[in-house]
Design a protein. Structure first.
Length: 200
């Protein structure tokens, strides 16, 4: 394990090397992947914690303990790279469970006070309408995302604006209908509105 982490630490940017290492580990059925991920979460290197997060994403659909670790432990990691991997891990959970079947957990995370959890959902599922359920039900995606248009966290609002702008490329009328009801006297809402309409 130490050798693996040492190799991963040689690459400071990107996700490909983490994903390749994770996929290789997941093929080894002799490993207790949950125990491994739990141990890796305590490592001082963000690469090890990214790997842990990737593993947990693949375990989470069938293992509630893995999903719980993503929600309670990974979401408070102070590395932005780990948070990017959390978004990918959450999408993996939804992909495995099915996006419609994942709506209760999507809503649960979106109602949390932790901006990292909210962003993981909004960013992880981009582009929302490239997922068949949300492509067929774009109004559901728009409503879920728009709930955080005035979030206290600029980090979250940027993700909201960008996600809605993505959707507007295919479902422009629906996004326009939603944003047309926004109170633009609220500076936080106005901030998000500008992002939605950027380059449009």
């Amino acid at each position: 394990m130490n050798q693996l982490i040492s190799e991963l630490k040689k690459t400071e940017h990107g996700f490909k090397h983490i994903i390749e290492a994770g996929d290789k580990l997941l093929l080894d059925k002799s490993i207790d992947h949950l125990d491994m991920a739990t141990e890796l979460l305590t490592d001082g290197s963000y690469q090890a914690r990214m790997l842990a997060t990737y593993l947990l994403g693949h375990l989470s659909a069938k293992n509630t303990a893995a999903l719980q670790l993503l929600r309670t432990h990974v979401s408070i990691d102070n590395s932005w790279r780990v948070q990017e991997m959390l978004a990918k891990a959450f999408d993996q959970y939804c992909k495995t469970k099915g996006y419609e079947n994942s709506l209760p957990v999507i809503n649960e995370w979106l109602k949390n006070n932790n901006p990292n959890l909210i962003r993981a959902v909004i960013e992880g599922l981009r582009i929302w309408t490239s997922r068949s359920y949300f492509d067929e039900n774009p109004e559901v995606a728009i409503q879920l995302i728009s709930k955080h248009k005035s979030n206290d966290s600029e980090y979250v609002r940027k993700s909201v604006g960008n996600a809605l702008r993505d959707i507007s490329k295919k479902k422009g009328d629906l996004v326009k209908q939603e944003t047309g009801m926004w109170d633009l006297t609220d500076p936080r809402v106005a901030f998000t509105y500008k992002l939605v309409n950027k380059n449009l």
